[in-house]
Design a protein around this ligand. Structure first.
Ligand code: IVH
Length: 376
């Protein structure tokens, strides 16, 4: 692995030249001098330097070839239909507004909704032709995505052939994610190697899909869950039932207990509450639930605004954070004799509970974060 540190503009300019040289070898001469992995590393270093020192950035930097959402090093393809994103809501009132809007647009009440988890990963579209897996594209800019087929193939749960009766061509939409356990392990490893850890599993999943070396991607143990199709499907009228259909084709879908149908706001909020209570124990990260009009025939009718469809909305859980004062630090002796430092807090309301104490884990952690009495 190249080892250097960018400390000055001069170092930065040298890196610009170096990456440009590699680009030339790779794209013009098709004879790379370094591995894809090393290249990826250099490009990341370059981007990091530009982020930290935007004043250094030169117009001819190879990083500027990386367009919005699509990256170099990958072939790009258009999505059969655009990949949209979801509008977010953060409160019961906003969800209520969404339901009202849907009813108003459709001119009727009694709409059924399909409830799903909002996976904290990165969107993917899988294309099957005659039942055979041909390509996987990232969302990219919504219209054009990066071809990350070889990295997606490292996910064992991705069927290379669909089972049963399937349409001539179809694009299946889903989410690529990392289990919490794998994410933590990946970050530990990154830190051991002196690299910056990923901020969250979503970045880690997206970053892993963009690895130029599929062997490395395979080591990341990516996972997939599917939740959508790019078009109508024969005799399929319900989003809720779509998961069954996807499963029959052999695709991974959400667990039964993570899907529901709801007829009103109360049922939606009850599902959200139930999921929020399970959130910590789930083996993967979620950041809320998704509420979709269940009747697929209404989706087209509802249309879209800008980048988001009107048939669905994300209800995001409030971040479980609050600020309060540390009044005291006490030591607690557990039944196995382990001593744990505990912060005695000025009581604060957090996700519906009053919190007055919080573990500080151990002395190392206290020193690392420089935690003291009186701190907030
Ligand atoms: S539906 C047009 N369903 O959230 C509908 N998206 O903010 C868009 N996501 O890009 C996709 N879980 O990456 C849908 N159950 C779910 C989802 C989900 C996570 C992600 C997806 C999307 C983003 C939108």
């Amino acid at each position: 692995m190249p080892s250097f540190q960018i400390k000055s503009k001069n170092d930065y300019l040298k890196l610009v030249d170096e990456v440009s040289e590699h680009d030339k070898h790779y794209y013009e001469e098709c004879r790379p001098l370094i591995s894809d992995y090393e290249y990826d590393f250099l490009l990341k270093e370059l981007e990091r330097a530009e982020k930290e020192h935007p004043e250094w950035k030169v117009a001819y930097s190879p990083s500027s070839r990386v367009g919005e959402g699509v990256s170099k090093g990958f072939e790009q393809f258009a999505h059969e239909r655009p990949m949209l994103s979801l509008a977010n809501t953060y409160s019961e009132e906003e969800v209520a507004d969404f339901l009202k809007r849907v009813e108003k647009l459709l001119g009727k009440t009694g709409i059924v909704y399909c409830l799903e988890l909002k996976m904290d990963g990165t969107a993917i579209s899988l294309r099957y032709e005659k039942g055979l897996f041909v390509r996987a594209l990232t969302r990219g800019n919504g219209k054009i995505g990066d071809d990350v087929t070889s990295n997606i193939k490292t996910i064992k749960r991705v069927p290379l052939r669909l089972a049963g009766a399937f349409p001539e061509t179809i694009e299946i939409r889903g989410e690529v994610f990392l289990a919490k356990k794998n994410f933590q392990q990946l970050n530990r490893q990154k830190e051991e190697e002196g690299e910056e850890p990923w901020a969250n599993p979503r970045n880690a999943a997206a970053g892993s899909l963009k690895l130029l070396d599929s062997k490395e991607a395979a080591r990341r143990k990516l996972e997939l869950v599917c939740y959508g199709l790019d078009r109508e499907e024969k005799e399929l009228f319900s989003q809720f039932q779509m998961h069954q259909r996807l499963k029959k084709w052999g695709l991974p879908v959400a667990a039964k207990e993570h899907l529901a149908q709801a007829a009103n706001l109360k049922e939606i909020m009850a599902f959200a509450d139930k999921i929020q209570k399970q959130r910590e124990e789930l083996p993967f990260e979620i950041d809320g639930i998704v509420v979709k009009v269940d009747d697929l025939r209404l989706h087209e009718q509802l249309g879209a605004t800008g980048k988001s469809p009107r048939f669905a909305v994300a209800y995001k859980f409030a971040p479980e954070r609050a600020e309060t004062k540390i009044n005291q630090i006490s030591l607690e002796v557990g039944c196995t004799g382990v001593i744990t430092p505990v912060a005695e807090l000025e009581p604060v309301l957090l996700s519906g509970s009053t919190i007055a104490r919080a573990t500080l884990h151990n002395q190392d952690e206290i020193e690392r974060k420089d935690i003291r009495v009186g701190d907030f």
